[in-house]
Design a protein around this ligand. Structure first.
Ligand SMILES: [Zn+2]
Length: 757
C-alpha cells in the first residue's frame, strides 16, 4: 500500500522528532547529576513474615499509582522497591512475586508511567538476606568460625553472585535508569562469617596460609582475615558494577554504604574504598537509628569519602522506623532534609506503603510540600562548604584499637563533630585511607580526635602540614598505639606534640583546671604564673602564646576544675609550653576502683600533669589537649565547658575565620562559598524538638520528640572581609547589618542568609 504524501510527511516528522528526542536523551547528563530530592517507595512487610504473607499483602502496590503520586509530590526520581529477600515485583524467572499482586508486574507499570512523567526510575534490589535463594541453596549461607551456617547471611564468594547477575539482567530489560543495590554487609553483629569452604580455599590461595580459626586480635592472620573480608565486599561490588555497565552503560549503580560509624569491621567495609564503588555513594541518616546529628555527620562523611562526586542520603517519613505506618510532622522532616541539602547531599525520602500497598494521602501531601520547597530553593544548594576543622578518622584505629568495641573510639570522632555543630564551626572529615597533604590543607585546623593509631606515612604528612603553617589539634591518646593496638615505647607524635608521654592513663574520670595562680609542686603551670615566669624575656613568642591561650581557653572561673570525661594522657613537656592542669579523680584513691560505679564519674582529686600543650613546629602550631573534650561532648556526662574548651582551642588555632557565627546550640550553621558570584551563604537549621515523657521501656533512654513548631531565635555573623550586601530568603527574617556584623532574628526551621562580598 502506498502512503499519501501527507502521511509520509507526518511519519517523517515523527521519526525526526523521535530521533531528536533520543539524541537529547543521549546527550543528557545522567539522572543523578544536579538532582536534589527524590523518593523511594516499597511495601511495608517486605523482609518480614518469612515470605508467608496474608493474601492482601501488596495487593494495591501499584507502579502506575506510585509514579503518579511521587511525581505530584515533586520527586525528581523514584527508587522503586523491586526485589527483596522473599519476593520480587517484576516478572521474573528467578524469584516469585507475592500472591496478592495477582500476576501484575509492578515494575512494568512503573516504567510505563515514569516515561510519561519523564521521571527517572531506579530499581531497588536487595543483595544481602536473600531468603528465597538460601531456602533453595542452603550451602550458599555464610558460616561462622565453628562451621555452623549463619541462616540469614549469604556468602558473597558463593554462586549466589551468578543469580544476582541474572536478576539484574532481567531488570535491565525494562529500560530503567539505574540500580540501587542494598546492603553489602557481612552482618551487623555476631555471629560473624565467613568460614565456608569456598572462603577457606580462596584465603589459602591468596595468603598461602589457612584462615585463622576465629576472631583473635593478637593473631596476624586476623588482620589478613579482615583484609579478606573487605576485599570480598569490594570485589562483589566491583563485579556487579562492571556487570551493570555491560548491561547498560547509561544505567547508574549505587550501593547502600556502611563504612561510617556506628558500623565497623564486622560489616566488611572501610570508609573510602567501599564508598567509591558505583556511580555515587548512598547512605542512611535518621533519628530512628543514629540520632539527630547523623544528618550532618553522615552527609559530611560521604562528601569526604567520595570527593567531587554527588552523594545520596536516604531518610524516611516514619516517626520511628521505616515500616511503622506513622508520619512525621512537616517541620521535623524539613529540619532533616535541609540539613542534608545544606551539606550538599541529594536526598531520598523513603515511604513504606500500607501492608496492602496503599499510599497514605497525608504523607504524600507533606512530602509534596517538603520536596517542593527544596526544589524552590535549588539555587542555594551545591556550593563549596567553608570548613575550619578537618576531623580525622582512622580505620586503623577503628580496627586495631576499637576491635570488638569501636564505640568508644567513635565517641571521640562523633564528639568532635557534635562540638563543631553546637559551636558553629565548619567541619569536614579526613580519612587515613586516602590522606594526602592536599586533603589536610583544605582545613586551617586538623583534629586528631583520640586517633590512637597513626602510621609513619600519616605522621610524615601531618608534620609536613604543620611545618607549612597548618594548625594541629590533638586529643586523648592520639598516636600512642602500634598497628595491633599495643602501647608504643616512643610514640611517633612526641616531636610534634613537644611532650613525652609520661603515662598512658587508664579510665575516663579526668578533670581540667586553668588556675588563676601557680599550683606549687605540680611541675605544671596555671595561666597566671607562666606569663610572669616568662616576663624575664626568655621567649617573647611563648609569652604571647600564654596571653592568647589565657584569653582563648578559659571556659569557667579560674581555679574551678571541670570534668572532661574521656581518655587522657599524662604528658611531660619537652619543647611545648604547658598550660593549665589535668587532674585525676577520687577513684584513683579507692582500694578497688572498679567496684565503684563505673558509669558515673567521680570528683576531682589532684593534679597529675598539664591540661594543654602548645608547640611551635615550623610555621605551624600544635595544640594538644591532655584529655578528651570531644569524647566528653558525645558522652552521657557532657558538660558545656568541655565542649567550649574544644571550640575555643579551635578558635585559638584559627582566630580569624571568614565568618564567626553566634547562634543557639540547637541551631546548625553551614557556610558555603560561591567564588564565581562572590556569595557566601549561611544555612541555618534549627533543631527544635519537643519534650518527652517517661518511656514505657528501656528507661531512662528517652527518644527525642518531634519538631512541631518553627522556633524564633537570633544569630550574629561577623565577617572577616568587607560585605557588600546581605539578604535572607524568608521575608519574616529581620536583618540588621553594621559594617561586617550581621544580626538576624529568624522564625523558621531553615533559613539562608545570602551575603555578597
Ligand atoms: Zn564464605
Amino acid at each position: 500500500m502506498t502512503r499519501s504524501p501527507r502521511r509520509v510527511s507526518w511519519a517523517l516528522r515523527l521519526s525526526v522528532v523521535t530521533l531528536a528526542l533520543l539524541l537529547t536523551v543521549r546527550a543528557d547528563k545522567p539522572w543523578h547529576q544536579g538532582v536534589l530530592v527524590g523518593m523511594e517507595v516499597g511495601p511495608t512487610g517486605a523482609q518480614f513474615a518469612g515470605g508467608r504473607h496474608a493474601g492482601d499483602y501488596a495487593r494495591h502496590f501499584n507502579g502506575r499509582e506510585i509514579v503518579r503520586r511521587c511525581a505530584e509530590a515533586n520527586a525528581e526520581y523514584l527508587v522503586l522497591w523491586v526485589r527483596d529477600g522473599d519476593f520480587t515485583f517484576h516478572d521474573s524467572k528467578l524469584v516469585p512475586r507475592p500472591a496478592g499482586l495477582a500476576g501484575r508486574d509492578v515494575l512494568r507499570e512503573a516504567v510505563d508511567e515514569a516515561r510519561r512523567h519523564r521521571l527517572p526510575l531506579i530499581a531497588y534490589c536487595q543483595l544481602q538476606y536473600p531468603a528465597h535463594e538460601l531456602r533453595e541453596h542452603p550451602d550458599w549461607k555464610a558460616r561462622s568460625a565453628d562451621g555452623q551456617p549463619i541462616n540469614h547471611l549469604v556468602c558473597f564468594n558463593s554462586p549466589y553472585t551468578n543469580v544476582v547477575k541474572e536478576l539484574l539482567a532481567e531488570l535491565a530489560t525494562y529500560g530503567i535508569e539505574g540500580f540501587h543495590l542494598d546492603m553489602v554487609d557481612q552482618g551487623f553483629g555476631p555471629p560473624h562469617g565467613c568460614w565456608c569452604d569456598r572462603c577457606q580455599t580462596l584465603f589459602q590461595a591468596r595468603y598461602n596460609r589457612p584462615l585463622p580459626t576465629g576472631i583473635d586480635w593478637e593473631d596476624d592472620g586476623w588482620a589478613l582475615m579482615r583484609r579478606f573480608r573487605y576485599d570480598t565486599s569490594d570485589g562483589f561490588e566491583k563485579m556487579l558494577t562492571a556487570h551493570v555497565r555491560r548491561l547498560n552503560p547509561r544505567a547508574t549503580v549505587d550501593f547502600n554504604y556502611h563504612g561510617n560509624p556506628p558500623f565497623s569491621w564486622e560489616v566488611g567495609q572501610t570508609p573510602v574504598a567501599h564508598a567509591a564503588n558505583g556511580d555515587f555513594v548512598t547512605g542512611e541518616a535518621g533519628l530512628w537509628g543514629f540520632g539527630a546529628l547523623s544528618a550532618s555527620f553522615n552527609a559530611a562523611w560521604y562528601r569526604a569519602a567520595t570527593p567531587g562526586k554527588p552523594f545520596q542520603v536516604a531518610v524516611q517519613r516514619g516517626v520511628r522506623m521505616y515500616h511503622d505506618q506513622t508520619t512525621r510532622p512537616l517541620h521535623d522532616m524539613r529540619w532533616e532534609l535541609f540539613t542534608l541539602l545544606a551539606h550538599g547531599a541529594f536526598v531520598t525520602m523513603i515511604d513504606k506503603t500500607a501492608y496492602d500497598g496503599g499510599l497514605d494521602p497525608v504523607a504524600y501531601e507533606r512530602i509534596g510540600t517538603l520536596l517542593g520547597e527544596a526544589r524552590g530553593k535549588r539555587a542555594h544548594f551545591g556550593q563549596v562548604p567553608v570548613a575550619e576543622v578537618g576531623i580525622c578518622f582512622s580505620v586503623a584505629t577503628r580496627d586495631g584499637y576499637g576491635r570488638d568495641q569501636p564505640a568508644p573510639y567513635f565517641q571521640s570522632v562523633q564528639g568532635a563533630h557534635k562540638a563543631c555543630v553546637y559551636e558553629h564551626l565548619g567541619f569536614g572529615f579526613l580519612f587515613d585511607e586516602n590522606l594526602s597533604l592536599a586533603a589536610l590543607q583544605q582545613y586551617p585546623v586538623v583534629c586528631l580526635a583520640h586517633t590512637a593509631i597513626l602510621s609513619d606515612r600519616e605522621i610524615a604528612l601531618l608534620r609536613e602540614y604543620v611545618e607549612a603553617g597548618g594548625r594541629l589539634l590533638v586529643t586523648g591518646q592520639s598516636g600512642q598505639l602500634d598497628a595491633r593496638g599495643k602501647l608504643l615505647g616512643h610514640p611517633p607524635l612526641t616531636e610534634l606534640i613537644g611532650a613525652r608521654v609520661r603515662e598512658h592513663l587508664e579510665g575516663l574520670d579526668y578533670w581540667m583546671r586553668f588556675a588563676g595562680a601557680p599550683i606549687p609542686g605540680t611541675g605544671t603551670t596555671g595561666f597566671a604564673d607562666h606569663a610572669e615566669g616568662d616576663a624575664a624575656g626568655r621567649n617573647a613568642q611563648r609569652q604571647q602564646d600564654v596571653q592568647l591561650a589565657r584569653a582563648s581557653l578559659r571556659v569557667g572561673p579560674p581555679d574551678w576544675p571541670f570534668l572532661v570525661r574521656g581518655p587522657a594522657t599524662c604528658y611531660e613537656p619537652t619543647t611545648a609550653l604547658p598550660i593549665g592542669e589535668l587532674l585525676d579523680s577520687h577513684r584513683a584513691a579507692l582500694a578497688n576502683p572498679d567496684a565503684y560505679n563505673r558509669d558515673w564519674p567521680l570528683s576531682a582529686r589532684e593534679v597529675i600533669g598539664p591540661a594543654v600543650l602548645l608547640n611551635h613546629v615550623g610555621r605551624g602550631l600544635v595544640l594538644t589537649l591532655a584529655g578528651s573534650p570531644d569524647f566528653a561532648t558525645a558522652g552521657e556526662h557532657h558538660i558545656v565547658e568541655a565542649r567550649r574548651l574544644f571550640a575555643q582551642a579551635v578558635r585559638f588555632l584559627h582566630p580569624n575565620p571568614r565568618v564567626r557565627i553566634t547562634a543557639p546550640a540547637n541551631v546548625e550553621a553551614v557556610v558555603t562559598d560561591d567564588a564565581s558570584t562572590r556569595t557566601l551563604r549561611i544555612h541555618l537549621m534549627a533543631y527544635n524538638a519537643t519534650p518527652q515523657t517517661t518511656p514505657a521501656k528501656d528507661r531512662p533512654y528517652v527518644l527525642p520528640g518531634l519538631i512541631e513548631d518553627a522556633p524564633i531565635y537570633r544569630v550574629r555573623a561577623v565577617f572577616r572581609d568587607p560585605v557588600k550586601k546581605a539578604s535572607a530568603l524568608n521575608p519574616g527574617t529581620a536583618l540588621k547589618r553594621r559594617g561586617r556584623t550581621l544580626d538576624a532574628t529568624l522564625t523558621d526551621v531553615h533559613e539562608v542568609l545570602v551575603v555578597r562580598y
